[in-house]
Design a protein. Structure first.
Length: 327
């Protein structure tokens, strides 16, 4: 479960020092200064994901420096990957000197000096950070060095899949079991390795298992993005990933998972299930919601929904509405 802390629980005069201690324990020891020292605002959360960890931070403007002395004081020997979700950063690290905005990712090495300025603009500076122990990332350190402190745009390809995965972890991981969290941590490591390898033209150096798991994550993300399109078939999914249909089916079979078609169908039913509980969709007929998620035959949809959830869509919507009114 998340371990969370907020500066609102600390006396105003102690908040800045409190946040410095939180960063040192949850991330890395750094020297931090801020012009908002007197009214500093900050929140932080951490979550264990097996061998990796996830952190979220929201805070007032600050300037931080990690010096050789602070590295000697504490070094978790990690690569830390930040997804910026609010504000802008500037970082100087390992010969790179760049600015970053919302949606960008940044990688740094905790064993090397760095300097960072976070300026939130109209709101707080916000980020989600994945802690990647160096010994679990299946890439040679010399390779990864070329990415340190440099902007990783998350607008397409594996980087986009990784960024969405990291953001989804921050939003939904609290509802996961410890076993699921460990699996998600391994998936995050595989996706990060695949993203780095693609940018370094070193994808062939990754272990087969890592490449396979990363490919499956990319395929799952593709399916989620295109669920509302009638043309989402095993053929289009395979073509989008440079696979034959046979290879795509083999990938799903090797995971001991459902078939490709069954996976698409289940995800579409899940979307229908969610829509039937939304107040904003209450005026939409059931058959329109079904058609929205590519179930054009109302009778076939009703049978599929009942098979998955034990009640018809109409019965489910009525029960959900009754619960909402009772609350």
């Amino acid at each position: 479960m998340w371990t969370s802390a907020s500066a609102t629980a600390v006396p105003v005069a102690d908040r800045f020092e409190w946040f410095s201690d939180v960063v040192a324990s949850a991330l890395i020891p750094t020297a931090i200064v801020s012009e908002r020292h007197a009214d500093f605002h900050a929140e932080a959360s951490t979550l264990a994901l097996g061998a990796t960890r996830l952190s979220t931070f929201s805070h007032s403007p600050l300037h931080s420096r990690r010096t050789p002395a602070l590295i000697r004081r504490g070094d978790p020997e990690q690569y830390q990957l930040a997804l910026i979700t609010g504000g802008r950063w500037w970082m100087s690290h390992s010969g790179a000197d760049e600015e970053f905005g919302v949606g960008d990712m940044i990688l740094w090495d905790t064993s090397r000096p760095q300097e960072t300025v976070a300026h939130p603009g109209r709101g707080s500076s916000r980020s989600v950070i994945v802690h990647l122990p160096k010994d679990v990332l299946p890439l040679r350190p010399g390779r990864v060095d070329r990415l340190l402190g440099r902007r990783i745009a998350a607008d397409r390809g594996t980087a986009a899949v990784l960024a969405r995965f990291v953001a989804s972890l921050a939003e939904h991981a609290a509802a996961c079991t410890p076993r699921e969290l460990g699996e998600l941590g391994a998936a995050a490591t595989d996706l990060a390795a695949a993203c780095f390898a693609h940018r370094l033209d070193a994808y062939g150096e990754l272990p087969v298992e890592t490449r396979t798991r990363a490919l499956r994550e990319r395929i799952d993300a593709f399916i989620e993005r295109h669920l509302g399109e009638p043309g989402l078939t095993p053929g289009t999914i395979a073509a989008a990933h440079g696979l034959s249909v046979r290879a795509l089916h083999a990938l799903f079979r090797a995971a001991g998972d459902e078939t490709v078609a069954a996976s698409v169908r289940r995800r579409r039913l899940t979307r229908c299930h969610a829509d039937l509980t939304r107040p904003g969709m209450a005026s939409r007929p059931v058959h329109e919601i079904a058609a929205r998620w590519c179930f054009p035959n109302a009778a076939a949809f009703s049978r599929a929904f009942r098979e998955a959830y034990g009640v018809t869509p109409t019965e489910f919507r009525r029960a959900a509405g009754s619960r909402s009114r009772a609350e």
